[in-house]
Design a protein around this ligand. Sequence first.
Ligand code: IDP
Ligand code: MG
Length: 151
Amino acid sequence: MSAERTFLAIKPDGVQRGLVGEILGRFERKGFKLVALKQLIPSRELAEQHYGVHKERPFFRGLVDFITSGPVVAMVWEGEGVIASARKLIGSTKPLEAEPGTIRGDLAVNIGRNVIHGSDGHETASFEIGLWFDIAELNDWSLSDNAWRIE
Ligand code: IDP
Ligand code: MG
């Protein structure tokens, strides 16, 4: 119950480009546990709240237009250190500066089409999980192969 959780979202470009399976697989193979998953077209209100910290930035309107333009795959992943680790797996915000091997480094070019969102800290993770999901949508379950992951 108290295990660390983060909010990740495959943005409309990732969905349209057929990258959902590729991206989910990276977090599964790393060893994290998926505890919530849904596809939705975000409302403007949801998108504006999600990106509220950027509301004074010049790219804010375009960002909200983009994120509400099509389906997003919203997820909650759980595991030790998952917040920081997911950010590493995602890579730098600017895909051209993201290391090869990261999602953005391997799969994206443009900062406005960088495929995936990941919470950047503990506070944002709990805020974003609560914003995108009802508590009843979060599943508490145990991995049957846990003994092979942790000692
Ligand atoms: P992050 O997604 O790596 O956390 P943030 O700085 O929080 O990056 O920015 C949120 C999102 O806003 C980015 O993922 C990107 O899609 C978009 N964004 C950030 N900076 C710019 C910019 O300068 N131009 C266009 N879009 C931007
Ligand atoms: Mg951010």
